[in-house]
Design a protein around this ligand. Structure first.
Ligand SMILES: [Zn+2]
Length: 185
């Protein structure tokens, strides 16, 4: 094993033993809401600590079908230019070559790596999956590539030109992390 790889694994081992960020935030909130109340403006107004949780929705706009197909059908959709036929993945509403409108089209779960880098340091959600790659993957029947996570299946890197296949979460929420790619055996 290379020296740099060994060192990265050691650091990762220590990180895994540290507390996840979420539990640190929970502690901060608890400290705030159990903190001392205070009196403002020469004891005129009494102020107590509390917290606010906010739920909200946001729109995917013209990208909506991509996320709906991903969530409901575990299917990948791109967009084909009605005039020149370029297939965009991720989809786009207008063609960047000829400015014509596009139409939705399913694309293959099989893809080719265009470029990638290996990730050793990451956020708590992905700690246990390192090392993994992040790379541009072009579905075999599309003309452009999308940045996505690639499971290296124990390897340390993946080369441009290698074949990958999309894998979908069992429970999907309509977010881009509902799927990832892994090396095709
Ligand atoms: Zn076009």
């Amino acid at each position: 094993m290379r020296e740099s790889t060994k060192k990265a694994k050691e650091v990762l081992g220590r990180e895994l033993k540290s507390r996840p960020l979420e539990s640190l935030i929970d502690d901060m909130i608890l400290k705030k809401i159990t903190g001392n109340p205070s009196v403002l403006e020469s004891e005129k107004y009494f102020e107590v600590p509390d917290k606010m949780v906010m739920f909200y929705k946001y729109s995917y706009g013209q990208q909506s079908r991509f996320f709906k197909e991903l969530k409901d059908n575990a299917a990948l959709y791109g967009a084909r230019c009605r005039k020149c036929g370029i297939v965009y993945f991720p989809p786009r509403a207008q063609c960047s070559e000829c400015y014509s409108d596009t139409e939705w089209t399913p694309v293959s779960n099989e893809g080719v790596v265009v470029s990638s880098t290996t990730v050793w340091y990451t956020t708590s959600e992905f700690f246990d999956r390192t090392p993994y790659a992040v790379g541009y993957v072009r579905p075999t029947d599309a003309n452009t590539a999308m940045l996505q996570r690639i499971d290296l299946k124990g390897r340390e890197f993946i080369e441009p030109g290698e074949k990958v296949i999309a894998v979908f979460k069992r429970e999907r929420f309509g977010t881009v992390s509902d799927f990832w790619y892994e090396i095709k055996e």
